[in-house]
Design a protein around this ligand. Structure first.
Ligand SMILES: [Zn+2]
Ligand SMILES: [Zn+2]
Length: 101
């Protein structure tokens, strides 16, 4: 009986130890994912052709309905619902696919 209890306690201690090591790792992974998400949604995108930064915040015109709006380039057009799938690089003219697509 007491032997069984010891085994249960040992198992609980083992689980506690595993969680003590695992929890900070899980937290670190969660923070890393959050930072990666933030990086994806930052206000510039790097051009894969010329490596220049292309600003995503500014005055944009919807390619479908010509509605003009200030804000984040890859956001949904409030007039027709279109979401831009690419942006033209201001430095070299090459098109860059949306990092969100
Ligand atoms: Zn539109
Ligand atoms: Zn470029």
């Amino acid at each position: 009986m007491s032997h069984h209890l010891t085994r249960v306690l040992l198992r609980m201690v083992l689980w506690a130890l595993i969680w003590m090591f695992y929890a900070p790792i899980a937290l670190g992974v969660a923070i890393a994912k959050l930072v990666a998400g933030r990086w994806l949604l930052r206000d510039t995108v790097e051009c894969p052709t010329c490596r220049g930064d292309v600003p995503l915040l500014g005055l944009w015109e919807c390619s479908v309905c010509r509605f003009r709006y200030y804000g984040f380039y890859f956001s949904r057009c409030i007039c027709c619902g279109n979401v831009p799938t690419y942006i033209d690089c201001i430095n070299c003219g090459a098109s860059i696919l949306s990092p969100l697509s």
